[in-house]
Design a protein around this ligand. Structure first.
Ligand code: 3HC
Ligand code: NAI
Length: 694
């Protein structure tokens, strides 16, 4: 039973019991509806609803989306609660989200325990509050605040909810059931009667036209915030009942979109990605002290992330001056956290002066449970560092490398404890970016893998398992789609058209704007590194090297593909002549590309490499690739990740594109065997996710 009924003197108490988050699945909906009817039949004077376990209802049951709906439907349940002839009281704690908040707003009175969060996060799932939330919330808080809360999906604290008028009462602490009963008795003593929000008149209208523009601009192609806005706006011109009907119409439209499918895929994939069959029953090692070697961009960021997670950090640099510089970098990162209110001044001081040590003395690493190397990207230097680590690290310490591309197995083989070696590939800035690739070498033991995942969780990261290859999951795929973009330029497109197409697709920045941000010198160094072993059939543009030779490294020098003036960028007039010269040198005539053709090439390269990464076992499942691209490479979440996007497009069309491109460049365009197999078997990447589900 998911809702328990109990008559407590004159109050009918409905206890929701659907772990872990009391999602409003069909059993809960039926239980609540029956409970209200039974309370009235039993002659109860009031109904109290609360959730057992860790929370009030955290929303509709997302697993039911896309399936045939089973009554009672949530909007009908909310209406039935509101129409009850006796007061219905919500006593809430935990996460009061989505349909959970809609049920609460349908109740006549509410009390909430401090520490709770209340919100309508539906837009993040590609839908909108579909059980009256868009009609009841503005009646409680006014249009502006309702639009803000519903179109951003951002939750508010219980005390803020009280100020806004979403709840009636706040309790500092206590059990929801006890607090609710006491409040219900008070209300009855005062002669309280039902108080339906639907009968409150709609609030004063606001400047909807300008608010809509703002919402659409922020949504950047995502449909749900704009549709959610329209549903709220409907409350200003329609009756409550007609407003509900409009909300339902918009809700159903969104439910059918690929964006909804993509966002829900992302929600579950984010939770699935850390579930590894190989780790079932494996206990991670204890971690309280971290060692970091190298205090540059990455080392300082990793140290900051560890400090913010409450771990002690010892950071090693080459000299005491370099150690001081690293200390300053970390101090700067921590002062950012202080400014954003993530830590207090006294916590800041403790982290910087007690929890952190920066030194040039490797011997200080002897107490570290995990040692993360983040020195220059050079195999010789890395091997020297691991040799030094070995002499000081305690037995059982996990030895990690933050390398971006280098062969982890080679690093591990240079040590006497390869089983303890792992890759922990953070993304820059490491204390901000949530992605962590946990790279597993041939000899890494499961306990060390488990420790990598446990550490990732402790640091608030989404950890993804990767095997060893050049660039691991993310950088390897990036290199393939960047190459496709480079080829498209040689063949006739401009970097600016490509950036615009990808930004229209939903990326915050196109690939060339990203290259400017990362620094063009990085790619330049990489091209030089790979030159000696490059296959002669590979097409590598050289015009960018000319830019680099002129000192144009992108944003850091103010010039790259773009010219930067503060925050604004404009096309660099030197770039197209360099590209034209290169085309002339190669004897290529520029073709014209439609935006759709550019997108197809770019995405085909991304999907094809991703399929190779899965097919070779570098990524465990397609969803692992999706999470890497979503969390680390700015792939628009509403497309669900490249492989979810590919499924939604249809794999045969993507394979046909690849085979078509291969006619001109058979070296680059070699279809992934896995993609071919899936098309031949009429299967999808998602079928593989389900097969390997844990
Ligand atoms: N439906 C179904 N399953 C859900 C769920 C939901 N609404 N919310 C969470 N779960 C599942 C998770 O998938 C996970 O399952 P697993 O253990 O098998 O992986 C389990 O519950 C625990 O979830 P988390 O790991 O996310 O637990 P946390 O403690 O980290 O977070 C939470 C809890 C903040 C409630 C978070 O789960 C969350 O944000 N959930 C989604 C909330 C939401 O979006 N609600 C709106 C739903 S849409 C809606 O209500 C439509 C309505 O307007 C009609
Ligand atoms: P960086 O050049 O900013 O920092 C490297 C630091 O290591 C320098 O401060 C240097 O003094 C120190 N160092 C060098 N040899 C050392 C030694 N023997 N002992 C102690 N310290 C030593 O480099 P960055 O960008 O921080 O990169 C570090 C590693 O992280 C590289 O392997 C890189 O590929 C990887 N990485 C970089 C990312 C980025 O965006 N910058 C992203 C993810 C990984």
């Amino acid at each position: 039973m998911t809702v328990h009924y109990e008559l407590c003197v004159e109050i009918a108490v409905l206890a929701a019991d659907n772990p872990p988050v009391n999602a409003l699945g069909v059993g809960v909906r039926q239980g609540l509806q029956d409970g209200i009817a039974r309370a009235v039949a039993d002659g109860a004077k009031a109904v109290l609803i609360y959730g057992r376990g860790r929370t009030w209802f955290a929303g509709a049951d997302i697993r039911e989306f896309g399936k045939t709906p089973v009554p009672p439907m949530l909007p009908d349940l909310c209406n039935a609660i509101e129409a009850a002839p006796i007061p219905v009281i919500a006593a809430m704690h935990g996460t009061i989200l989505g349909g959970g908040l809609e049920v609460a707003m349908a109740c006549h009175y509410s009390i909430c325990v401090a520490g709770a969060r209340l919100g309508l996060p539906e837009v993040g799932l590609g839908i909108l509050p579909g059980a009256g939330g868009t009609q009841r919330l503005p009646r409680l808080v006014g249009f502006e605040q309702a639009i803000e809360m519903i179109t951003t999906g951002r939750p508010v604290s219980a005390s803020r909810a009280l100020e806004m008028g979403i709840i009636d009462k706040l309790a500092e602490d206590g059990a929801a059931r006890d607090l609710g009963l006491a409040y219900a008795l008070d209300l009855l003593a005062q002669g309280a009667t039902p108080r339906p929000v639907s009968q409150t008149p709609a609030p004063e209208a606001v400047d909807f036209a300008s608010l809509k523009q703002q919402v659409a601009a922020k949504a950047r192609g995502q449909l749900s915030p704009v549709a959610a806005f329209e549903a709220v706006e409907a409350a200003s011109r329609l009756s409550f009942t007609d407003g509900l009907a409009e909300e339902r119409r918009l809700f159903k439209t969104l439910m059918e979109t690929d964006q909804r499918k993509g966002l829900i895929h992302a929600f579950f994939a984010e939770r699935q990605v850390s579930k590894l069959p190989e780790l079932a029953g494996v206990r991670p090692r204890e971690v309280s002290q971290i060692g970091v070697i190298g205090g540059g961009t990455m080392g300082a960021g990793i140290a900051t992330a560890a400090l913010l997670a409450g771990l002690g950090v010892t950071l090693i640099e080459t000299t005491s001056e370099a150690a001081d510089a690293a200390h300053q970098r970390i101090a700067k990162n921590l002062s950012g956290a202080l400014k954003r209110g993530k830590i207090t001044q006294s916590e800041h001081n403790e982290l910087l002066h007690i929890k952190l040590k920066t030194t040039a003395d490797y011997a200080q690493l002897s107490t570290a449970d995990v040692i993360i190397e983040a020195v220059f990207e050079d195999m010789t230097v890395k091997k020297q560092v691991f040799a030094q680590i070995e002499t000081v690290a305690k037995p059982g310490a996990v030895l990690a490398s933050n390398t971006s591309y280098l062969d982890l197995n080679e690093i591990a083989a240079s040590t006497t404890r390869p089983g303890d070696v792992i890759g922990l590939h953070f993304f820059s800035p490491a204390h901000v970016m949530r992605l962590l690739e946990v790279v597993i070498g041939d000899q890494t033991v499961p306990e060390v893998t488990a420790t990598g995942f446990a550490l990732g969780k402790r640091l608030g990261k989404v950890a993804v398992r990767s095997g060893v290859c050049d660039g691991f999951i993310g950088n390897r795929i990036l290199s393939a789609y960047r190459t496709a973009a480079d080829h498209t330029i040689l063949d006739g497109a401009s970097p600016y058209q490509i950036d615009r197409v990808l930004e229209d697709f939903g990326f915050a920045m196109g690939p060339f704007a990203v290259a400017d941000l990362a620094g063009l010198d990085i790619g330049w160094a990489n091209r030089k590194r790979l030159a000696a072993t490059r296959d002669p059939r590979e097409r590598v543009p050289q015009y960018v090297d000319r830019l680099c030779e002129d000192g144009c490294f992108g944003q850091k020098t103010g010039r790259g593909y773009y010219v930067y003036d503060g925050k604004t960028r404009s096309e660099n007039p030197d770039v197209m002549p360099l590209i034209d010269a290169e085309r002339a040198r190669l004897g290529l005539s520029a073709q014209s590309f439609s935006d759709a053709q550019i997108l197809r090439r770019y995405m085909a390269a991304m999907v094809n490499e991703a399929a190779k990464v899965v097919g070779e076992g570098i990524a465990l499942r397609p969803l692992d690739v999706d999470i890497v691209l979503l969390m680390g490479y700015g792939f628009p979440r509403y497309h669900g990740g490249p492989l979810k996007w590919a499924d939604l497009q249809g794999l045969p069309a993507i394979l046909a594109d690849i085979d078509g491109f291969a006619k001109d460049d058979p070296y680059f365009w070699q279809a992934a065997p896995l993609l071919r197999d899936l098309v031949a078997q009429n299967r999808t990447f998602d079928d593989l996710n389900k097969e390997t589900g844990t």
